[in-house]
Design a protein around this ligand. Structure first.
Ligand code: ADP
Ligand code: 3PG
Ligand code: MG
Length: 418
């Protein structure tokens, strides 16, 4: 399946200045340093490809949700980390637009990497302001815009939508890979397709659960999400995290499932835990006690799937040709409740013939830390949270749709490089 948008490989960009949108919205530690550089590492193939093609690469991104200029959310640490990862100098420019930014980009040597300051220091970024986008294009002096910030393409912002009206706009390699993988697996999966959903809330992920009911051969529910399902089914869940007011949503989910597989097969198609690991407090010292789902005490908090549930999940995974996993199966921040997620990660990592697609910020984070190969044990670990949910739910993403269509003619004005 060829990608439906132009990419950096389909346009002639040798020697050009290129404006690259990355998603360097990385988690920070309390001292302000970078807690996890997954998204920066994921941008390297595109940056390297552009450098190999003698481009000057001007990178822009947001970080966090600042209100105005907030030095704690500067992109300078990300620029430094990028320099380390590339083993080359990176020029940081503490602005995004204006004459000083323009001069700084111009002064940077040919075939170098420049990182601009946090786009969201200017409120016009999130407002998808055309004038702001035009000013960024001018300051960068770019001949092309390359969208590679997969994590942010579900937003219509100046750097994802408006900018495409000012420069010929194509996809980077990460964006191409993410969209092809996530769309491909939803539209034409190798079967059987097993979807594993977990995490905090049903309401965050209803659209995806509904889509999985349509496309998957089995849907497994874990995490706090499972508590809401178990409570709906009449099980006591004690003091577990549950979401109220989900009856109508779950009625609709069960109705769709029954329509697809028949009433009598629903519970073997939409699989809930049969046992859970409970504790009476959420702490690293809390003991892990496994009980059947009909024996959760009034003071119990269900924090992980139980051993019988894990065994049932492993059996399903063993026969799967494709597994899509979104949402941890328990309170995986604490090792004593990360067992279900770890066992699932292990099952996937030791079954290389099975296509394994992992999405969701917390889930991606978990598998990367679990995996000695930092995620390479899986077919694809997505860098997108909201973007991957929306894409897999079948929605069109503004930052992708606005790029030039594959096969279309690329119009650009030849600019003589200084
Ligand atoms: P993702 O970011 O991968 O999409 P979510 O944000 O939906 O995943 O869910 C991850 C969060 O869900 C984690 O913070 C985890 O602690 C929490 N969680 C999972 N299972 C439970 C549970 N049984 N009780 C409380 N929290 C849970
Ligand atoms: C993300 O981390 O999901 C993206 O970088 C988008 O950030 P946002 O939710 O603040 O728009
Ligand atoms: Mg999350």
């Amino acid at each position: 399946m060829t990608f439906y948008k132009q990419t950096i490989k389909t346009v002639p960009l040798e020697g050009a200045t290129v404006l690259l949108r990355a998603d360097y919205n990385v988690p920070l530690k309390s001292d302000g340093s970078i807690a996890d550089d997954f998204r920066i590492r994921a941008s390297l193939p595109t940056v390297q490809y552009l450098l190999d093609n003698n481009c000057k690469v001007v990178i822009m991104s947001h970080l966090g949700r600042p209100e105005g200029n907030d030095p704690k959310l500067s992109l300078e640490p990300a620029a430094l980390r990028l320099a380390e990862l590339l083993s080359r100098q990176v020029y940081f420019v503490p602005e995004t637009v204006g004459d000083r930014a323009k001069m700084a980009v111009k002064r940077a040597p040919k075939n170098s990497v420049v990182v601009l300051e946090n786009l969201r220091f200017d409120e016009r970024e999130e407002a998808n302001d055309a004038e702001f986008a035009k000013q960024i294009a001018e300051a960068s002096g770019a001949r092309y815009f390359v969208q590679d910030g997969f994590g942010v393409v579900h937003r219509a912002h100046a750097s994802t939508e408006a900018i495409t009206h000012f420069l010929p706009s194509v996809a980077g390699l990460l964006l191409e890979r993410e969209v092809s993988m996530l769309q491909g697996v939803m539209e034409a999966p190798k079967r059987p397709l097993v979807a594993v959903m977990g995490g905090a809330k049903v309401s965050d992920k209803i659209a995806l659960v509904q889509r999985f009911i349509e496309v998957a051969d089995t849907v497994i529910i874990g995490g706090a999400m499972a508590n809401t399902f178990l409570s709906y089914k009449g099980h006591g869940v004690g003091k577990s995290k549950v979401e109220d007011n989900q009856k109508a949503t779950l009625d609709a989910i069960y109705e769709a499932a029954a329509k697809k597989v028949g009433e009598e097969n629903v519970d073997s198609f939409l699989i809930l835990p049969t046992d859970v690991a409970v504790a009476t407090e959420i702490s690293p010292e809390a003991g892990r006690k496994v009980v059947p789902v009909d024996s959760v005490g009034a003071e119990d908090i269900a924090l992980d799937v139980g051993d019988a549930s894990i065994a049932a999940i492993e059996a399903k995974i063993e026969n799967a040709a494709t597994v899509i996993w979104n949402g941890t199966l328990g309170y995986a921040e604490l090792p004593n409740f990360a067992n279900g997620s770890a066992k699932l990660a292990e099952a996937l990592a030791t079954q290389p013939a099975t296509v394994s697609i992992i999405g969701g910020g917390d889930t991606a984070d978990f598998v990367q830390h679990w995996d000695p190969k930092e995620g390479a044990s899986f077919t694809h670990v997505s860098t997108g949270g909201g973007a991957s949910l929306e894409l897999m739910s079948g929605e069109k993403l503004p930052g992708v749709e606005s790029l030039l269509d594959a096969g279309g003619k690329v119009e650009y004005t030849e600019i003589k490089e200084a």
